[in-house]
Design a protein around this ligand. Structure first.
Ligand code: ZN
Ligand code: ZN
Length: 283
């Protein structure tokens, strides 16, 4: 069973990824939420080039990834769910929830610690917001996230199928909640009770630091509401708001070579604990 899962993992993930990416791109072209100023060819080429680079670096950095570790953990009895006798459905449900909470907390951490913000802000420096933005992460952040995920899997001992469900879900929702699609407001209001919607996550890509440092959820919207980081709508509205951060605002900054060196360029301003954000809030 677990061998089958591991063999099928790459095919399942690639199929779902390409299927949702193509669906989102077609949806964006037929019913866009915002008009895009920057030619798509620049952003799409560089954002997709980064995904290929991230994938290669990730495979070279780790002998096994999260699903593989869950299979080994089950064989050797590592982690919580491999030592207690919980029903499989409960183990899957709790594992997916806790993995999502871990990703939320990691996201908060990458906004709060200046050195980590330097890596993560590259995700925020995209000057438009569409499905390819959801794929734009610095390779060092990708490697660190995988390290954290492996530690969570080792401690939690989740069923391998739960980790696969979580990974596929996270990939899919990241493409969906960054998509430049025009969901009817009524649908958005209802949908965001269960999943992070594009309008909810777009707030997180606002240039206003108070909005950048909100709506950290990638998948489930509940952590933001429970932990007080939820902002319903951008102050300037979805069409009037500026996307990105104060730094790196030229089209040249959207090229892959510039993206990769962004962590070492300029100050680490704009992170969640930056005193200047608080000053701005008081004004
Ligand atoms: Zn962020
Ligand atoms: Zn994002």
């Amino acid at each position: 069973m677990s061998d089958m899962l591991l063999n099928a993992e790459a095919a399942i993930r690639l199929t779902v990824f390409l299927g949702i990416l193509i669906a989102m791109v077609l949806w964006e072209l037929s019913a866009p939420r915002r008009r895009q100023e920057i030619p798509r060819v620049i952003r799409w080429t560089n954002n997709l080039g980064l995904v290929v680079l991230d994938t290669v670096i990730l495979r070279l950095s780790f002998p096994i990834l999260a699903v593989g570790l869950a299979v080994i953990g089950a064989e050797r009895g590592w982690g919580l769910f491999n030592t207690i006798d919980a029903p499989l459905w409960l183990a899957i449900l709790v594992s997916v929830l806790l993995l999502d909470l871990a990703i939320y907390l990691q996201h908060v951490l990458f906004h709060a610690v200046p050195g980590l913000w330097r890596l993560h802000r590259m995700h925020h420096a995209d000057l438009e917001f569409d499905a390819t933005t959801g794929l734009r992460f610095h390779p060092v952040e990708i490697v660190m996230s995988m390290g954290i995920k492996l530690a969570v899997v080792a401690a939690l001992g989740p069923p391998a199928v739960a980790v696969l469900i979580f990974e596929v879900l996270l990939n899919g929702t990241a493409l969906f909640n960054h998509a430049n699609i025009n969901l009817p407001r009524r649908v958005d209001r209802w949908l965001r009770l269960f999943v992070v919607t594009p309008d909810m996550h777009r707030v997180h890509h606002s240039i206003d630091p108070r909005e950048t440092n909100s709506n950290y959820g990638f998948n489930l919207p509940w952590w933001d509401r429970l932990l007080g980081t939820y902002v319903a709508q951008p102050a300037k509205g979805h069409l009037g708001m500026d996307i990105g951060i104060e730094q790196f605002r030229t089209p040249r900054d959207l090229w892959l070579d510039r993206m990769l060196i962004q962590p070492v360029r300029g100050p680490a301003s704009g992170h969640a604990l930056d005193a200047d954000n608080i000053k701005e809030t008081r004004q």
